[in-house]
Ligand binder design. Structure first.
Ligand code: S3P
Length: 169
């Protein structure tokens, strides 16, 4: 069976769903943000602040490039900007079946957890920032995905079941 790759906007539930899904199908779970953070021994916020966004984006590319060669039996959850960078798309496709977890602007704002650092949504006017980023990114997520799963008003369990059904698991 193929690896499973989760893409989508911040707060679409990639990490939570990914962790549950991995448990259900007896796969490993990897989250690219967590992975990068561990490799660098810095939080994502610190990487953005100390090294800049471009540096972080290159770390994301290096990460999926490496994973494209050696990942097995894994659910991979990706940072919201990773699947937007053109050169990462072929690596994601090599890694496995790509699922776009779609979320609306209100869904993002409802789920935003102040304890999780999200440099792109820092400060005020969050609604406007989410709206602008979604407008640019949603068409790209849709194009990259093999499957699209709407997540608004669905439980984690429902989403996990939907993914399993789509993969005939
Ligand atoms: C980002 C999403 C974040 C993290 C970084 C940038 C983005 O991951 O990679 O803050 O560009 O959308 P999550 O999607 O897990 O929040």
């Amino acid at each position: 069976m193929k690896n499973i790759v989760l893409i989508g906007f911040m707060c679409s539930g990639k990490s939570t769903v990914g962790r549950e899904l991995a448990k259900e199908v007896n796969y490993k779970f990897i989250d690219t943000d967590q992975w990068i953070s561990q490799q660098m021994n810095l939080t994502i916020g610190e990487i953005f602040a100390e090294k800049g966004e471009n540096y972080f984006r290159q770390l994301e590319t290096n990460t999926v490039k490496g994973f494209s060669k050696n990942l097995r039996n894994t659910v991979l959850s990706t940072g919201g900007g990773l699947s937007i960078r053109q050169e990462n798309i072929s690596y994601l496709k090599e890694i496995g079946a790509v699922f776009f977890l779609r979320v609306s602007k209100d869904g993002v704002l409802d789920r935003l957890n102040p304890d999780v650092e999200r440099p792109l949504l820092a400060g005020d006017k969050k609604g406007k920032k989410v709206e602008e980023l979604l407008a640019v990114r949603n068409p790209i997520y849709e194009k990259v995905a093999d499957f699209i799963v709407d997540t608004n008003d669905k439980s984690v369990k429902d989403i996990v079941e939907e993914i399993k059904t789509l993969l005939s698991l």
